[in-house]
Design a protein around this ligand. Structure first.
Ligand SMILES: [Zn+2]
Length: 241
């Protein structure tokens, strides 16, 4: 993969349904449009993603899985959408879960792995931190042949590990306005999260959704501006894989 070109196969790992679209949606839309096979791995079941204390969380989990599949389709992703189904809010980067992530990396054999930056300072949500360590530690366990020896799956070393949701991006991926709109559409596919995550009320007359689309473009322009690009998403490139 050369600078500016799309990889052939990627795996994005997010803590919750919606994180992958929020943090890397324009990049994945860009790569999918160029023929890249995009796979999703979602670590938790999203069962705490509501402000309604009386919500039926079993129904919420099912709805969020369907929303995640729809969001992936919206991005143009043709790969698998895998759910690890850990309890939302209680994700731990223990050995068992790390090895589950590593096993998926070995099976999918992505050229690029994307995930949360676990070292981001002052972040509140524990699942984003844990999901970050699951992806960094998972890459090591996928890469080194003496991990997962009980599985008959050959080890795999990705070419790139890109961390999103990062304080200090050093690796921009340039996107165009079409990809920016596709990202917004994919985030909006997570319908159960419109109020709690995006601040869009149920009775929105379209103005809150329109403001969200404007924010999406403005954020991509801000990141792009740091790198002399019109629109971009920013990642931390973990070197020395
Ligand atoms: Zn999240």
């Amino acid at each position: 993969m050369t600078a500016g070109s799309a990889p052939s196969r990627v795996l994005a790992v997010g803590a919750h349904p919606d994180d992958i679209e929020l943090f890397a949606g324009a990049t994945l839309a860009t790569w999918a449009a160029a023929g890249c096979e995009v796979h999703h791995l979602v670590c938790t079941d999203g069962s705490k993603g509501t402000w309604d204390p009386s919500a039926d969380t079993t129904a919420l989990v099912a709805a969020r899985q369907e929303e995640q599949r729809e969001a992936a389709r919206t991005l143009g992703a043709t790969g698998q959408v895998v759910f690890l189904d850990n309890v939302d809010g209680e994700l731990v980067a223990d050995r068992e879960t790390t090895h589950a992530v590593a096993a998926w990396i070995r099976q999918i054999r992505p050229e690029v792995v994307l995930g949360h930056d676990p070292w981001r300072r002052w972040r509140l949500h524990p699942d984003h931190r844990a999901a970050g360590f699951l992806v960094t530690d998972g890459v090591v366990a996928a890469r080194d042949p003496h991990f997962l020896t009980d599985l008959d799956v050959p080890h795999h070393r990705p070419d790139l590990l890109l961390l999103f949701d990062t304080e200090e991006p050093d690796h921009p991926v340039e996107v165009d306005s079409q990809a920016a709109h596709t990202k917004a559409d994919a985030v909006l596919a997570h319908k159960s999260q419109l109020l709690s995550t995006l601040g869009i009320p149920d009775d929105d007359d379209g103005s809150a959704e329109s403001a969200f689309r404007d924010r999406t473009i403005a954020d991509l322009a801000e990141v792009g501006g740091r790198f002399g690009l019109p629109l971009a998403e920013g990642f931390r490139n973990i070197r020395g894989l």
